[in-house]
Design a protein around this ligand. Structure first.
Ligand code: GLU
Length: 481
């Protein structure tokens, strides 16, 4: 079978982490089966759809490396892949369905429907609307001529049921008693989600619909519509929704839910992909780290869990740190240099790039999010004017600081060769001479050379900073006192 799947976001918001997981699963399934991954824009909600949201969704799909084969901006056999460009087609199908008896003109007003539902509940019947409020078929034409508001509804066969085997949730049965005769074309001739989505799925030859569990109750409607169009329903897979760490549906209350927030915070796309893949699917045998290619090799939709998955940003942060540590020093520098340069407001010189590469292994170990890199290496590339005030007053103004700075300067002045080991020996010797403990002796040196109490390990930092710059900074701190 030629697998064709689609990711169909509505551009009514930024790309949500849950939607990104849906996109990723579609992508993995397509790639694992040599299929086609389609990106469609469900932009029928004119009021709430914006170009900004659309651009955000596409940009983050690309950032995550989820390249689509057909669809919005990419093109393909089916035009723009935007639903707003296909209204004529949806109207055509609605009218075909009226013709073949699967749909009807509906004049029921919201008030009438409310009355219907209330009476059904009172009488112990199902409140699903069954079309019983509609005029006799021979009166329809004249009602339309009179200008009555008319929508088109799908006629759900009653009695009846719709069954399907969901790849994730197994056997599903929906008794039609629970399914309304739903609107497919509104009285302003705009299509509903059910109509537009189903027509597109049929027209685009979608073989597998992989989407969130929130759409599960729509699926019997889509299957009925598909059959009424004379087509074969797709295979459906409904993914469980993401939860926050407290077990409630993931929402803003839990923190950021837009992909852009994670990108800006300094997460790596490969770590995000990896983490999202693990939400509901396991790579097996305690494997937690895998590239997109490895995931494609192993992806199995039927192994996806129907249990809710917890989205935990702290776990994602941990995984991001793993990815950072696993980069080669060269790649690490390449991927973070622009952040460092933005922080400095200038480019790094050739010599500075060498220093950056030298300190990379130490910084990698201490970084979970990319922007933390700039904080750790800034001291190498800036004069220490802006000493971190609390560090300065707490450490440098402590009574022992002067002693420590003087002793460190004299221990290092004649030092040759300038290596991490020789620096360590010299500074440990300085502790003995002064009788200071490591904290009291080393912290002033650290603040003097880095401007702050947090920097990469001290001896390595001094080594990379170089002898003359180290001595100059010690002297400068000493004179400022
Ligand atoms: N546009 C729908 C949404 O964003 C998804 C439609 C579908 O996958 O069928 O929720």
């Amino acid at each position: 079978m030629n697998v064709r799947v689609r990711f169909a976001p509505s551009p009514t918001g930024y790309l949500h982490v849950g939607a990104a997981r849906t996109a990723l699963y579609n992508y993995l399934f397509a790639r694992a089966n040599g299929g086609t991954f389609i990106l469609r824009s469900d932009d029928t909600d004119k009021e709430r759809s914006t170009d900004e949201f659309q651009d955000d969704i596409l940009a983050h799909m690309r950032w995550l490396g989820l390249q689509w084969d057909e669809g919005v901006e990419k093109g393909g056999e089916h035009g723009t892949y935007r639903q707003s460009d296909r209204y004529d087609r949806y109207r055509e199908v609605a009218h075909d369905l009226i013709e073949n008896g699967s749909a009807y003109y509906s004049f029921a007003t919201p008030e009438q429907l409310e009355g219907f539902k209330a009476a059904a509940r009172e009488g112990g019947r199902s409140p699903a609307y069954d079309g019983s409020l509609e005029p006799d078929p021979q009166d329809v034409a004249s009602r339309i001529m009179e200008g009555a508001k008319v929508a088109v509804r799908f006629k759900v066969p009653r009695p009846g049921e719709t069954r399907f085997t969901d790849v994730v949730r197994d056997e599903m049965v929906f008794d039609h008693k629970q399914v309304d005769d739903f609107i497919i074309l509104r009285s302003d001739a705009t299509p509903t989600y059910h109509l537009a989505s189903t027509v597109d799925d049929v027209d685009y030859g979608i073989t597998h619909v992989i989407r969130g569990e929130d759409l599960l109750s729509s699926t019997p409607k889509h299957i009925l519509l598909t059959q009424a169009m004379g087509a074969e329903p797709a295979t459906y897979a409904h993914l469980s929704l993401l939860m926050g760490p407290d077990g409630k549906k993931l929402s803003k209350r839990h923190g950021d839910t837009s992909m852009s927030a994670y990108r800006e915070a300094g997460f790596l796309p490969e770590a995000v992909d990896n983490y999202l893949a693990l939400l509901g699917w396991s790579l097996g045998d305690d494997v937690e780290i895998a590239s997109l290619d490895e995931m494609i090799d192993k992806f199995d939709l039927s192994a996806v869990s129907k249990n809710p998955a917890v989205f935990d940003p702290r776990k994602l942060e941990w995984l991001n740190g793993v990815y950072i540590r696993e980069m080669t020093d060269e790649v690490f520098v390449e991927r973070t240099r622009s952040l460092v340069e933005d922080d400095l407001g200038r480019s790094l010189s050739g010599a500075e790039q060498v220093q950056f590469l030298e300190i990379a292994p130490l910084v990698k170990e201490r970084t979970k999010l990319l922007p933390e890199v700039a904080d750790q290496v800034r001291f190498l590339f800036t004069d220490i004017e802006g000493y971190d005030e609390t560090s300065w007053s707490k450490v440098i103004e402590a009574p022992e600081a002067m002693v420590a700075l003087d002793a460190a300067a004299s221990a290092l002045t004649e030092l040759d060769p300038w290596t991490t080991e020789s620096i360590e020996t010299a500074l440990r010797g300085m502790l003995e001479v002064t009788g200071l403990n490591a904290r009291k002796g080393f912290q002033p040196v650290r603040v003097a050379i880095s401007g702050s109490t947090v920097s990469p390990p001290l001896f390595e930092s001094l080594k990379i900073l170089g002898k003359s710059e180290t001595l100059a900074r010690l002297t400068k701190a000493r004179t400022l006192l």
